[in-house]
Design a protein around this ligand. Structure first.
Ligand SMILES: Cc1cc2nc3c(=O)[nH]c(=O)nc-3n(C[C@H](O)[C@H](O)[C@H](O)COP(=O)(O)OP(=O)(O)OC[C@H]3O[C@@H](n4cnc5c(N)ncnc54)[C@H](O)[C@@H]3O)c2cc1C
Length: 403
């Protein structure tokens, strides 16, 4: 083991920040840890914000990952409600003017929701607990909702709204929902979920701007002049890394924080990054940023051990899920590396039920990802094949065995 730091400062008190603190303690670190977070809330979980919290099945208390007492048990000094505004070697300046000094700094500041030009204040985005509570309050009163963006968050909002009996229109610029994440063929299967749930999904549309909705609500104009309105509006068009506070460091953060394969930020000594902001280097030397719940935890385990000079855990396979319209979409691996998609199970590609449909993504002869719709049993069985980059023959062998 190398010399351990005296003080580790984690900036960002969300999932990745909390998991880093937990992993440091789990690895036996007994030195000082501080956790600074822009929100006043103790660390909470984001996936339920667009699912159980929005449907009303969960209260806000249930999304908390660690209460203040739980943080005390970890022996971490918290600075909540304070935003980091500048990073200098060994020093982070907070929004109250105070500076924290540490010999290891971990950046886990997540994303900020993107907005549309001219977006009125009453139009929702969904990234934080406060965003979700405000949206839920409006959903309780709405008869119709206008959702811009059919990515995972837009789809989950549409799903929760339909569950409440709200009429939903979803406007999407691409040809199918979550097309960037799933690829065109699999995204076309996902599109059927919207239709079957009674959502008015309009793809390939271009919004020219927000217009006057009349007495209340939200309205947009589409290229071609048509106006579409809802009693409430939600813009779910993704997020951008929350890294404006690093502007003076000289590091190019436009695609996230460039990191080594163990999360060390390139060009900033003594600084690591985890979670949605972090663009880690993979085995082939390519950089990739995952906006996945499991990746934040996996990276925290690596970073904690790298800081302490301890043995690293084995590489993890990226995993993402989304709950929409009564079923779980799961994705393991890296579909963006694929050049072809093959149906593995179910008949969703042939117009049959979406539930039970599973697809494999291949780069040449190698399996790089698998996606499933309500098919958890299969996903678990394909995980090792994705991890090892199985060839077509091994894939066919497993497919036949599971069929
Ligand atoms: C509504 C929603 C639903 C999701 N559903 C799923 C899902 O179903 N499946 C899945 O795999 N993933 C899902 N995700 C993604 C997953 O939650 C994220 O990948 C994960 O939270 C990333 O953790 P993080 O620590 O990088 O960022 P976050 O959890 O966002 O935490 C970052 C924290 O840093 C704080 N911060 C920002 N700037 C500063 C600053 N300058 N100083 C101090 N603090 C700062 C923020 O306020 C925030 O609290 C969802 C995300 C959202 C928003």
């Amino acid at each position: 083991m190398t010399a351990q730091p005296e003080h580790v400062l984690v900036v960002g008190a969300g999932l990745g920040g909390l998991r880093t603190v937990e992993q440091l303690r789990a690895a036996g670190y007994q030195g000082r840890i501080s956790l600074a977070g822009a929100e006043v809330h103790p660390p909470y979980d984001r996936p339920p914000l667009s699912k159980q919290l929005l449907t009303g099945d969960w209260t806000a208390e249930r999304v908390v990952l660690r209460t203040e007492d739980g943080l005390d048990e970890l022996g971490v000094r918290t600075h909540l409600g304070l935003r980091a505004v500048a990073l200098r070697p060994g020093e982070v300046e907070l929004s109250d003017g105070a500076s924290l000094y540490a010999d290891a700094i971990v950046v886990a500041t997540g994303l900020v929701a993107r907005t549309l030009p001219g977006q009125p204040a009453q139009v929702h985005t969904l990234r934080t607990l406060d965003d979700a509570l405000a949206l839920r309050t409006d959903l309780e009163k709405a008869a119709s909702a206008l959702v811009v963006g059919a990515g995972f968050i837009g789809a989950e909002v549409a799903s929760a709204a339909r569950g409440r009996g709200v009429d939903v229109t979803v406007l999407e610029a691409a040809a199918a929902p979550a097309e960037r994440a799933l690829g065109a063929e699999v995204a076309a299967v996902a599109a059927r979920l919207f239709a079957e749930a009674g959502v008015d999904l309009r793809t390939g549309v271009s919004i020219t701007g927000f217009t006057d909705p009349g007495e209340a609500g939200v309205a947009v104009e589409l290229a071609g002049g048509e106006q579409v309105r809802g009693d409430l509006g939600v813009v779910g068009i993704g997020g951008r890394p929350d890294l404006d506070w690093l502007a003076d460091t000289g590091v190019d953060t436009t695609a996230g924080l460039p990191c080594t394969a163990t999360g060390r930020v390139e060009g900033l000594d003594g600084v690591w990054a985890v979670g949605d902001v972090a663009s880690w280097t993979d085995r082939e030397g390519r950089r990739h940023r995952h906006e996945h719940w499991t990746s934040a935890g996996d990276q925290a385990a690596v970073v904690a051990r790298d800081i302490l000079g301890a043995e690293l855990p084995p590489p993890a396979v990226p995993y993402f899920w989304s709950d929409q319209f009564g079923l779980k979409i799961q994705l393991i691996g890296r579909p963006e590396l694929a050049d072809s998609v093959v149906p593995l199970h179910g008949s969703g590609f042939d117009g049959g039920p979406v539930r039970g449909t599973v697809a494999g993504y291949l780069a040449g002869d190698r399996l790089v990802a698998v996606a499933g719709f309500g098919a958890a049993r299969f996903i678990a069985r394909y995980r090792p094949l994705v991890a090892e980059g199985a060839d077509r023959a091994a894939l066919e062998h497993t497919r036949a065995a599971l069929s």
